[in-house]
Design a protein around this ligand. Structure first.
Ligand code: FAD
Length: 474
C-alpha cells in the first residue's frame, strides 16, 4: 500500500516531531516514520532521563549538607530503585504529551523502520520511503519532501565495546538497577562529565580519562579548569591528555570488576573498577537508511546540508544529530523548524552559532557564541568581563556561590561575541545572553536591562559592565 503526503519525516525524535508540528501548523499533510518511540534519544535515552537522575543526585548531595542550612537530617538513604522509577514516570508523562501533540496536529505516525528507496515513481521531485513493520509487512510513504531526522547512537571504542554488563554506553548507564562501587568514565565531554558529577553525588568512586588537554574540550579553558577543580574537590579523579590501552583490559574472573591500563604523562596506571562508561561521542544514523539510492552526500559520517537544511538532493532535508554539529535537542528542533519553513517558502531564522551549549553538572556550565580562545584565534581584539557568583547575594542565599560569568566582546565594535557561565542555574541564565546575541545587543545594552534583586540573573548585568571595568558589585 502507498501513503501519500506533502512531507515525510524519517525519525520521530526531537528534531522530527517538532518539524512535523511546524509543518502541520503550516497546513501540510505530514507523516512521521518512527521505528521505536516518539521522542527519540532526548526523551528516552538522553536529556530527560539523565536530568532526572542528576536532580535526584543533587537532592541527595544537598540533604547530606543540610546542616549548612541549619537543618539536621539523620539516616538519609538512597533508594535507587525509586530514583529510577521517578525518572521513568517523567519520561512516560512526556511521551504521552508528544503522542497527544501528534493527535492534536493530525500528524500520521507510521510505526516501522524506514528506508529511502529513491525518488518517487510519481514525480522525480518527490521522495519515497519503504517502511517495514514489526510483522514483516511493507508499505511505501511517498512525499513531495522528505526530512531525515534519524539521530545518532553511542560511538563505539574498538577494543572496549559496550556489553551492558561491565562496559556500558550511556543507554546502558541510564538503565542501571543498582549503583556500582566505582566507575571509569572514558571521555570527558558533556555526557561523561554529567555522569561524573551525578555518580560522585550518589557516592560512586569516579575516574575520568580524557585524551584532550582539558575536560569539556569545546568549552572555554577557564571554565573547564574551574569545573575540574570543583569536581576534584568532590573526589572525582581526572586524567587529561591520557590514553587508554584497550588491549590491556582484563575482566576479573568473577566478572565483578575489570582492570584497565591508561597512559598518562609517560606513566602507565592500572585502574580497577566495577564498571566502565564509554562516552566518546555519538555516531550518526546515516547508514542503512537507503541514502545510496539518492544523491545525498555523507561527509565524515554525517549528512551534508546547506544553511536551509537541504541535502545535496534539494527535496530531501536533514536535521538534528544525523547532520553533526552541536548534537543538541534544541539544535535539532530549530533545524526542523528551519527545514519546514524553507520547504513552505517561509523565512528561515537559524544561526547555529547562536545555539546555547549546556552541561548539567554541579555546578552547571552553559555558553553561547565564541569562547575567548576562539575569538582570539580569529584575530579579534577582544575585551573580557568576568564576575564571580560569590559576589551575588542570591547565590550565597542558595549556598551555591562557586563559579563565574565571562563575557567576550569585540573591543572595536562592542559586539557581544560570547558568554560563558559556570555556576548555579547556568543553563537557565544563558538564555538571556542568547537573546542578547539574537537581538544584536551590546554588553552595555544588556547591563541597562534592570535585573531584579536578589536574583542570580544580576550576575549577567554585572559581567556585562565588567567588560568595560564598570561592574558595580566588585
Ligand atoms: P533522535 O532524538 O535520536 O531521534 C531519532 C529518531 O529516529 C529515533 O527515535 C529513532 O528511533 C528514529 N530512527 C532512526 N532510524 C530510523 C529508521 N530507519 N526508521 C524509522 N525511525 C528511525 N541534548 C540537549 O539539548 N540537552 C541535554 O541535556 C542532552 N542530554 C543528553 C544526554 C544523553 C545521555 C544523550 C545521549 C544525549 C543528550 N542530548 C542532550 C542530545 C539529544 O538527545 C540529541 O541531540 C537529540 O535527541 C537529537 O534529536 P534528533 O531528532 O536528531 O535524533
Amino acid at each position: 500500500m502507498t501513503i501519500n503526503c506533502d512531507i515525510a519525516i524519517l525519525g520521530g525524535g526531537t528534531g522530527g516531531y517538532v518539524a512535523a508540528i511546524r509543518a502541520a501548523q503550516l497546513g501540510k499533510e505530514v507523516v512521521i516514520i518512527e521505528q521505536d518511540k516518539l521522542g527519540g534519544t532526548c526523551l528516552h535515552r538522553g536529556c530527560i532521563p539523565s536530568k532526572s537522575l542528576l536532580r535526584s543526585a543533587e537532592v541527595f548531595a544537598l540533604m547530606q549538607d543540610s546542616e549548612d542550612y541549619g537543618i539536621a537530617a539523620d539516616n538519609i538513604t538512597l533508594q535507587f530503585a525509586k530514583v529510577q522509577a521517578r525518572k521513568q514516570g517523567i519520561v512516560d508523562q512526556l511521551h504521552q504529551g508528544v503522542q497527544y501533540l501528534m493527535r492534536k496536529n493530525k500528524i500520521k505516525v507510521v510505526q516501522g523502520k524506514g528506508r529511502v528507496i529513491g525518488p518517487s515513481i510519481f514525480s522525480p521531485q518527490s521522495g519515497a520511503v519503504a517502511v517495514e513493520y514489526e510483522d514483516g509487512e511493507m508499505e511505501t510513504v511517498v512525499s513531495k519532501n522528505l526530512i531525515i531526522a534519524t539521530g545518532s547512537r553511542p560511538r563505539v571504542l574498538p577494543g572496549l565495546e559496550a556489553d551492558g554488563q561491565l562496559i556500558l554506553n550511556s543507554d546502558h548507564a541510564l538503565q542501571l538497577e543498582s549503583l556500582p562501587e566505582s566507575m571509569l568514565i572514558v571521555g570527558g565531554g558533556v555526557i561523561g562529565m554529567e555522569w561524573a558529577s551525578m555518580l560522585i553525588d550518589f557516592g560512586v568512586k569516579i575516574t575520568v580519562v580524557e585524551a584532550a588537554p582539558q575536560i569539556l574540550p569545546a568549552e572555554d579553558q577557564e571554565v573547564a579548569r574551574e569545573l575540574r577543580k570543583l569536581l576534584e574537590k568532590r573526589g572525582v579523579t581526572i586524567y587529561t591528555e591520557a590514553t587508554l590501552l584497550t588491549d590491556t583490559y582484563v575482566p576479573a574472573s568473577d566478572q565483578q570488576e575489570l582492570s584497565i591500563t591508561i597512559r598518562h604523562q609517560e606513566q602507565e596506571h592500572v585502574l580497577t573498577v566495577s564498571k566502565v562508561l564509554v562516552s566518546i561521542g555519538r555516531q550518526a544514523n546515516a547508514e542503512s537508511i537507503g541514502l545510496a539510492n539518492t544523491d545525498v552526500q555523507i561527509v565524515n559520517g554525517f549528512i551534508k546540508v546547506n544553511n536551509k537544511m537541504q541535502t545535496t538532493e534539494s527535496h530531501i532535508y536533514a536535521i538534528g544529530d544525523v547532520i553533526g554539529g552541536l548534537q543538541l535537542a534544541h539544535a535539532a528542533s530549530h533545524e526542523g523548524i528551519a527545514a519546514v519553513n524553507h520547504i513552505c517558502g517561509e523565512e528561515v531564522h537559524y544561526n547555529p552559532l547562536q545555539i546555547s551549549r549546556c552541561v548539567y553538572t554541579r555546578p552547571e556550565v552553559a555558553s553561547t557564541g565564541m569562547t575567548e580562545q576562539e575569538a582570539t584565534a580569529q584575530g579579534i581584539d577582544v575585551k573580557v568581563g568576568k564576575f564571580p557568583f560569590k559576589a551575588i547575594g542570591k547565590a550565597l542565599v542558595y549556598g551555591e556561590s562557586d563559579g563565574f560569568v565571562k563575557v567576550i566582546a569585540d573591543r572595536q565594535t562592542d559586539d557581544l561575541l560570547g558568554v560563558q557561565i559556570i555556576g548555579p542555574q547556568a543553563t537557565d541564565l544563558i538564555s538571556e545572553a542568547a537573546l542578547a546575541q539574537f537581538l544584536d545587543a551590546t554588553p552595555w545594552e544588556v547591563a541597562q536591562t534592570v535585573h531584579a534583586h536578589p536574583t542570580l540573573a544580576e550576575i549577567l548585568g554585572e559581567a556585562m559592565l565588567a567588560v568595560d571595568g564598570k561592574a558595580i558589585g566588585m
